[in-house]
Design a protein around this ligand. Sequence first.
Ligand code: DX5
Ligand code: ZN
Length: 213
Amino acid sequence: MKLAPSLLSADFGKLRAEAREVEPLAEYFHIDVMDGHFVPNLTIGPPVVNSLRRGLTKPFDIHLMIDYPMQYASQFGVNADDIITFHIESKDEPFRVIEEIRRLGCRVGISLRPITPITAVFPYLDFVDLVLVMSVEPGFGGQAFMPEAVERIGSLKEKIGSRKVMISVDGGINDKNIRLVVDAGAELIVAGSAIFNHPDRIAAMRALSNAAQ
Ligand code: DX5
Ligand code: ZN
């Protein structure tokens, strides 16, 4: 189990300091990019993400909740171990987006809304490194976990079989449900409010790790 703290729940006025605080126990920094169209919220884009890089060593897990990933993916400066995840429901053709993200030299993730059948990502499993299962409607931190995600992760895990595709889960994860998603097959666990709404972020991350075992 790997933790990816979602910076969406951090204080945007001191993002780098917030990131540094969680870095010791973070496998990735999960960064939510929203365009106000794909989801009814706006967050940060390439300039902020790229300047956040300085002084941080853990890779970035960039979650694009935007209509046009083809237009913006290349604006993120990425390293080989970063992940760029786009949504299957975006307006660009998924195989083209996968190819574009590969061209940038990082890992490729595909994500889907809770309402999209899990089978929708099956045709892409031979071509991506990660599937991000949303366990809330994308757009905002602090929402309640949708328990249907557990079964979806299980079906996905079964379909992935021996492929080297990592399952990630995002939305409403806390120390009460983390065990369920890990047991179902999720490996990279995104958590925003469960970490950043806690006064001691490292203690919150430890509690999540302990609850997962
Ligand atoms: C929601 C974002 C999530 C969000 C998770 O659209 O994709 O990454 O930050 O926050 P919590 O863990 O609070 O649900
Ligand atoms: Zn996210």
